[in-house]
Design a binder for this molecule. Structure first.
Ligand SMILES: [Zn+2]
Length: 178
């Protein structure tokens, strides 16, 4: 459907776009846009499956959602992709984050922020067989050491953004030590 068709069925009210976002982000409907599928044009919407994806945390307040996303650094806790960037495992899609349960509700998990995490739509759909096991430090360092200088500097700048206080403290200690 196009945005003009949606506006028409909404009876001309201007909130239709917000409702589309709510259906997608809060109720788990897979309403896809050109950010998700390259064959869609801007302003086109595709509901791929009438059934919402159950892994979405429903009934989570906007405040909790914001808190969890902020705590997780707007990063998918399964694959490490960052909101708004091109997805590393599916370049045709932009990373869109949702709130998911760590322990599924069917297994007794709660809606408490401690049981919630940011998860991208690609991981949520299980399309990627990305392991949720965290990389251990040794292997991580080996990978970073083998990366190009350009990529290492990108890691440095990302770390500086993520840990601004620790970074300036470390730099200060280093210059004091000289
Ligand atoms: Zn992911």
């Amino acid at each position: 459907m196009t945005s003009s068709e949606l506006r028409e069925v909404a009876g001309g009210i201007s909130e239709w776009a917000r409702r589309v976002r709510e259906l997608r982000n809060e109720e788990g409907y897979q309403i896809l846009t050109h950010n998700d599928r390259s064959h869609l044009k801007p302003g086109e919407y595709l509901l791929e499956d009438p059934k919402p994806i159950p892994a979405f945390a429903r009934g989570v307040s906007k405040e909790t959602r914001a808190l969890v996303l902020d705590r997780n650094g707007f990063t998918c806790q399964m694959c490490g992709s960052v909101a708004g960037e091109t997805h590393p495992y599916d370049p045709s899609r932009k990373v869109r984050l949702h709130i998911g349960h760590i322990i599924d509700k069917s297994k007794g998990g709660s809606d408490d922020p401690s049981n919630l995490r940011a998860i991208c739509s690609v991981c949520n759909e299980g399309a990627q067989n990305v392991t949720s096991i965290r990389p251990d430090l040794k292997h991580l360092l080996v990978k970073v050491r083998r990366a190009t200088t350009e990529d290492q500097l990108a890691v440095l700048s990302w770390l500086k953004t993520k840990f601004p206080q620790q970074a300036s403290k470390a730099i200060k200690q280093e210059s004091d030590g000289k």
